[in-house]
Design a protein around this ligand. Structure first.
Ligand SMILES: Nc1ncnc2c1ncn2[C@@H]1O[C@H](COP(=O)(O)OP(=O)(O)OP(=O)(O)O)[C@@H](O)[C@H]1O
Ligand SMILES: [Mg+2]
Length: 391
């Protein structure tokens, strides 16, 4: 954690620096300003997470400065040192957002207790509230694995989201191979067999890391091992995952079992993937019937049509009327780009970013994240436009 200390007392600075360095994780005095006015005149470029304000010389008139400081660093916690002799100052300081007031000279134990409280609150605020999205193939080979893995990569790289993909295939899971050449060291069944250890860092350590914000938890490659996974394990994994990732994508195999069913129960949106052909539509109908019988709301089920080609005999409208669920997205048939990507284990967006398949995945990212980008210069322009892209 980085702190800005506002004090002209160099001894206090040294004392806080050494107490801060002894903490785990350390508290670093990243900057020092002599007074509140100095801090307002010379704002710190990288916003601190904590303001420590020496109020031993402060007067009631300084509260305005304190309020301005709180507005300048809205996400920082505030700690006031000294100033107890001025109740008026303290009340207004509390109103300005100061949560900790400690006397001077500093009592080290009280300082560390206050820091523990600040760290706990900051930790809670930093927890994410991830969404779980499941991709499920209506028929073998519909493209659920290609779409979920490549969509995960696109979400992480284009929208800067922290994404986890869990391969829920009980057998023959291959999601990691679609976007990486690394052999998974740990799989879903390893996580399940050590479920008591689970927390954010442990989960992260079990992933195949595809991109800085994107990891895949591979399926067990041995069917005997896959039995390690129990429905209650998946509940725990998803609960922890929601706290640490923005999106958790599930690649659900066609064989719905007790584990994938439990995962689907808590999924925010289910994306059945199908191609526009009668056998796929028949299987999609069966799948939707199962979802209905399980009491899932159709509102949370959104069809994705893969390998879509305009002008075919079957139209999207026919699909809508046959299945009664909304088609939210189509991914075009893009044989060369997709086959190259799948064969090489490199995300299509990385391998062929102007391909039709990559563009379609970028569109899906825009839709799912509902990014508000100016019309003249949307994600598309920045991604595929001339060399001024942010991505
Ligand atoms: N949009 C597309 N354009 C062209 N080819 C595609 C497209 N999507 C998927 N494919 C091809 O279809 C094959 C099957 O896709 P994928 O493995 O993703 O399907 P799946 O639904 O996961 O199947 P399974 O039931 O085996 O899990 C892939 O090897 C890929 O080459
Ligand atoms: Mg698959």
């Amino acid at each position: 954690m980085k702190a800005l200390l506002i004090s002209h007392d160099s001894q206090l600075y040294a004392e806080l620096a050494s107490q801060g360095a002894a903490r785990v994780p350390p508290l670093k005095m990243a900057a020092n300003r002599a007074s509140m006015r100095d801090a307002l005149d010379r704002p710190v470029a990288e916003p601190p997470e904590l303001l420590i304000i020496d109020a031993s010389d402060a007067t009631a008139g300084d509260v305005d400065l304190l309020e301005r400081l709180a507005r300048t660093y809205p996400s920082a916690s505030m700690m006031l040192l000294g100033g107890q002799q001025q109740p008026d100052l303290l009340i207004r300081a509390m109103r300005a957002g100061v949560r900790e007031v400690l006397p001077l000279p500093l009592v080290h134990r009280a300082f560390h207790e206050a820091m523990d409280r600040i760290a706990a609150t900051a930790g809670k605020a930093a927890l994410r509230d991830g969404k779980v999205l499941a991709f499920i193939a209506c028929k073998g080979g519909s493209g659920a694995t290609f779409i979920s893995t490549n969509f995960g990569y696109a979400l992480a790289t284009l929208a800067d989201k922290k994404v986890l993909l869990i391969d829920l295939h009980g057998q023959f899971g291959d999601a990691a191979l679609y976007v990486s050449d690394q052999k998974p060291q740990m799989t879903l069944s390893d996580v399940c067999s050590q479920i008591a250890r689970i927390d954010g860092p442990f989960l992260e350590s079990c992933l195949v890391h595809v991109a800085p914000g994107f990891g895949v938890l591979a399926a067990a490659d041995d069917p005997a091992q896959s039995r390690e996974a129990k429905p209650e394990h998946i509940d725990t994994i998803l609960r922890v995952a929601r706290q640490h990732y923005d999106f958790i994508l599930l690649d659900v195999g066609r064989q719905i079992d007790a584990v994938s069913l439990r995962a689907l129960d808590t999924t925010d949106t289910i994306y059945p993937v199908l191609q526009l052909a009668l056998p796929d539509i028949r299987d999609a109908r069966r799948l939707l019937d199962i979802f209905r019988s399980l009491g899932y709301s159709l509102e949370n089920i959104r069809l994705v049509v893969n390998r879509y080609e305009k002008g075919g005999k079957l139209r999207l409208q026919d699909l809508h009327s046959a299945l009664g669920a909304e088609v939210v997205h189509t991914v075009p048939n893009d044989y060369i780009a997709v086959t190259d990507s799948v064969n090489q284990g490199v995300p299509v967006l990385q391998l062929a970013r102007t391909s039709a398949a990559a563009r379609s995945l970028a569109e899906l990212v825009e839709m799912v994240t509902a990014r508000r980008v100016p019309e003249s210069k949307g994600l598309f322009d920045r991604l595929f436009g001339r060399g001024d892209s942010d991505y």
